[in-house]
Every structure is written in C-alpha cells, then in structure tokens.
Design a protein around this ligand. Sequence first.
Ligand code: PMV
Length: 299
Amino acid sequence: MFEGAASGKVILLGEHAVVHGIPALAASIGSGAWASARPTRNTPSLTVQDADRTWVVNPGSELEEAFRKLSNAIGVSADADARIDIPTRAGLGSSACLGVALARAMLALRGNPFTDSDVVDAATSWERVFHGNPSGIDVAVAVFGGCVEFRKGVGITPVALGQPIPLCVGDTGLRSSTRTMVEHVARELAAKADAGRTWLDEIGDCVSRARSALAAAEWTAVGEAMNQNQLLLEQVGLSNPETDALCRAARDTGAVAAKLTGAGGGGCVIALAPGLQREVLLAWQHLGFDGFSVDAGVD
Ligand code: PMV
C-alpha cells in the first residue's frame, strides 16, 4: 500500500482576481486529505470518506471522471481510499488537496522517482474536472504548503512569515460552485469595463500591502488590507447575509479583520484574530456557526 497526504488552504487575499492575473496570497491550514493506493488488475476504484459520510465513487460522476483523468496522467491502475479532514466545497481547497494526496500515493505506487512538478501536473488534471479552468492556486498550496504568493502562469513564491497567522475559519454552512462564481465575476468585470481593471488593481494593491506586513507580523496592516479586499469582493456580489454575519461577529469580538475566503457565495470566512481566536469561535458558535482556529502558513 502506498500513501500520500496534503494540506488544505485559505486564500488570505486575492481570490478571483488571481484568475485574471493578479497575485494572491494563500496559506496552508495543516489538516487536509490523506490517501492510500494499491495496484489492481480490475476496474480501478475510489472510496472517499469525510466527517459526514463515505462516498463510493459511481460511474459517470465527476469524482469518477477526475479519478480516471488522474490515473491516466500517472499511468497506473489503482484501488484507492481517501479521507478528507476539512469541510468540503467550502473554499478550503478540499478537492485540490484530495487530488494531491491521491497523486502522491499513485505516483509512489508507479515506482519511478517523481518531483513536485509531477504532482502538480497530475493533480491539475484532476482539479480541472471540478473547477473548469482553475488558476492553480489550490493545487500549488496543497503541494508546497506554507504561505505563498501565487500568480497564474508563473507559480508560487514562498512568503517568509514573521509568525504563523492566527486565524479563525468559520463555515456559513452554504455551498456554491467555484466554476459558477468564477463565471459570475468574469461577467461582472466585462460589464464594468475600465472599472473592472481598477477593481483588479485595487485588489493587487491590498495583496502587495499584506505581503510586506506578513513578513513582520504587522497584523493591523495585514488586517486593513484584508478588510479592504472584503469590501471589493462584496462589490461584485460574492458575499451574502451569512458571510456578513460571520464577519461582523468576528470584528465585533475584536478580530483585526474578517473576509470570505475562496470562491464566495457561501463557503468559509476567515478572521485574523491574534490573541482572540477562542473568543471569535465562541461568538460564531453563539450564532449557530461552526468554526475552527488555525495558526496558518507553517506546514
Ligand atoms: O475553490 P475555492 O473556493 O478554493 O476558490 C478558488 C479560488 C478562486 O480564485 C475563486 C478560483 C481560482 O481558480 O483561483
């Protein structure tokens, strides 16, 4: 039996704009996915387990298509089992880290030495089935971990952190399709014409200010950039009442910043809460939202 693992991620700043060439900042959250693979002479099979259920992958499903693309990219026939330890379809990169964990297990099973770039290529063929034309940020963070700046078509630059990033991750409980949200933003930008370019540049400015501040753990400056990024995401309709409630509760509790993370339209919110992670989680719990705290960007 051969094994692989990978971490989920949060996008700190720059989601959606990254699809249009602006750099984004993302950090690994430690937990993610684990997979094992063993050779088979029969039809390959995949079983995936998360906190709520076990999915046996059915013929014709997206998961089956993704597993077939991954198997073809690597050139092995395997029976695989996988486990996901983070909320799925919630903006935390669950599909990418599952693809990376499976790619690592199946590349190990194939037997030849392999590089991180082989893992990226294989996992990208898996990820395209779910996300259409992903920027690549989720797969890159799942493979390389830590805190990174990512630019589409260029790849990652590691960001040296002054300290791990003290975050709370809150779940709206709502789910959206990344593909649909990316298409929605593309339509908004086309309709905005020059204002769309300004929107992208303003997000780029937030990313660059946060990047410098992260190196010195200047949380107030990081937080100002995150809050401004959230306002810009709200302008194109990516927030909703649940996201707003989580952000407001976190800020009212003393968090320096709060914003949606990932595709939006539901999914998760991140709050930057140095020294106050427990209090923010309690405030969310009081409103009926699940969440967890993480010192992000270290694994
Ligand atoms: O799939 P999510 O929710 O982690 O979002 C990915 C980030 C986007 O910028 C919205 C899409 C992309 O491909 O970069």
